[in-house]
Design a protein around this ligand. Structure first.
Ligand code: GLU
Length: 491
């Protein structure tokens, strides 16, 4: 592509950054970075009742956290600014005036009640609802008279008769008959611009080359194409990406779990994992690979690989991906990610080396950073809670008790310097394994029957992190204490 690609992400600041919108941002950003183009952030805050400064701030924070940096936008600026629609009213007025002067738009004096009545009648009579064109051909005298009576006027676009063809980069060719689009309002009575009008004026004046957005906007596109033509502007290319649904096929909502980027952040997800996951919602790599770094995503971005089918938000896949990303971190990054979650759960370890070992010992079991406290708690509690019925049965069995007795002896020997393999009084992974081998030889108990009782004594659970690693961190004294706690005392 020879022209400089310019794409925009245009959120309405009426709430948190939803994953659906974030995914639109991701696709725009990848497109811009792939083609060496510009990624523009535009705040669509014309709905003054619902738009808030906090929402705008939070959307920008979440974009930054995801690593989606923009080249032009509010605060940052740029030569096509301002980048908030509320600051661009003059431009909308000028463009509305141009359309009025060229008779491509007209003043409409119809009262709200009258329009509402028309709509209801159309529904009752099962005809197409839409404006009946009453003010389409008012004479200057009629307009003056209506104005004189104190009637406020909106500006309506005069929809020309034509077939509108949308060659969507994702959806393919879609044809619309303009006959089903009635003259629509571009400027309300209070002078504010409507969505379709403001978007076209902005996309035109900001030189946007590609509009990538959710396919819930397909129905707006014919109106927008007509406006581009009326304003003699170059029509951008459109790519309408499929909406995200839950696994039940319904549009993704709160009911399906976390939906905002901030919630995912707070729940311990990594931005890289979310970016990877969101990219795969309607796009796939030719290689079939699922774990793709941001660099690869940028390199491989291609409109032709965006699918038309609904994008199902598969949380199991996201969790799996996030776990993979967590496990790919080095020890320092792991600590940086997990420590805040441990601290929130009152699990404070001031010995940084020990903290690093604790975190690393449980990393294979977690999917998100918020899972760390669950698995690491065994290193912070005084007493292990063994409440499961099966677990309680297991620790009481004769075979388990035999293992415990032997293990206690072995640990005492270790402390007394009587372990033949070492004179150090510490429980390394190798030493622990040697001890377990010895117990196996002496008791004939092996496999699960040998290891599981020890695991339950140390963690209270039948599943979890690698046992030798845990024991190495716990140390000999703590292990003895925990084994003592599950030993059935003779009466
Ligand atoms: N503000 C619109 C939205 O959030 C943007 C629509 C567009 O991208 O044209 O849905």
């Amino acid at each position: 592509m020879s022209e400089k690609i310019r794409v925009r992400f245009a959120p309405s600041p009426t709430g948190m950054l939803h994953v659906g919108n974030a995914r639109t941002a991701v696709m725009n950003w990848l497109c811009a970075r792939h083609y060496g183009g510009d990624f523009i952030l535009r705040i669509e805050d014309t709905d003054t009742e619902r738009s808030t400064a906090e929402s705008e701030k939070s959307i920008m924070e979440q974009l930054q956290w995801l690593g989606l940096d923009w080249d032009e936008g509010p605060v940052k600026g740029g030569k096509y600014g301002p980048y908030r629609q509320s600051e661009r009213l003059k431009l909308y007025n000028e463009n509305a005036d141009t359309l009025l002067a060229e008779n491509k738009a007209y003043y409409c004096f119809c009262a709200k009640e009258e329009l509402q009545e028309q709509k209801e009648r159309a529904i009752r009579e099962k005809t197409t609802p839409g404006y009946n064109g009453k003010c389409r051909n008012l004479t200057e005298e009629e307009k003056d008279k209506l104005r004189g009576q104190g009637n406020a006027a909106a500006v309506r676009f005069r929809v020309p008769e034509e077939i509108i063809v949308l060659n969507d980069l994702v959806q393919g060719e879609i044809r619309f008959e303009s006959a089903v689009i009635s003259d629509f309002v571009i400027q309300r009575e209070d002078g504010s611009a409507t969505y379709n009008f403001a978007v076209v004026v902005d996309d035109l004046s900001m030189n946007i080359t590609h509009v990538i957005r959710g396919n819930d906007h397909v129905s707006n596109t014919p109106k927008q194409i007509l406006l581009y033509k009326a304003l003699r502007g170059k029509i951008p290319k459109f790519a309408h990406i499929p909406m995200i649904t839950g696994e039940d096929g319904a549009r993704l909502s709160k009911r399906h779990g976390h939906t905002s980027v901030a919630e995912f952040k707070d729940a311990g997800y990594m931005p890289e994992a979310l970016i990877n996951f969101m990219s795969l919602l309607s796009w796939s790599s030719e290689s079939g690979d699922e774990i793709l770094s941001v660099d690869r995503l940028i390199k491989e971005f291609d409109f032709s690989r965006i699918s038309r089918s609904p994008a199902v938000f598969d949380r199991t896949k996201l969790n799996w991906l996030n776990g993979k990303y967590i496990r790919s971190l080095d020890d320092k990054e792991l600590v940086d990610g997990a420590k805040p979650f441990l601290e929130k759960a009152d699990m404070i370890e001031n010995d940084s080396k020990r903290l690093e070992r604790i975190i690393s010992s449980v990393k294979d079991n977690v999917e998100t950073f918020s899972d760390f406290p669950k698995y690491a708690s065994i290193f912070f509690v005084d007493k292990i809670d063994i409440s499961g019925e099966k677990e309680r049965e297991l620790i009481k069995s004769a075979s388990s008790q035999k293992v415990y007795a032997k293990l206690l002896n072995q640990l005492s020997d270790l402390l007394n310097g009587k372990n033949p393999l070492t004179d150090k009084k510490i429980l390394t992974i190798d030493i622990f394994q040697a001890i377990m081998k010895k117990i196996q030889e002496e008791t004939g108990i092996k496999g699960k029957d040998l290891w599981m009782p020890v695991r339950v004594a140390m963690t209270g659970q039948m599943h979890g992190p690698e046992l030798p690693k845990i024991l190495e961190i716990l140390g000999v004294d703590r292990c003895k204490l925990l084994i003592n706690a599950v030993t059935v005392k003779e009466k």
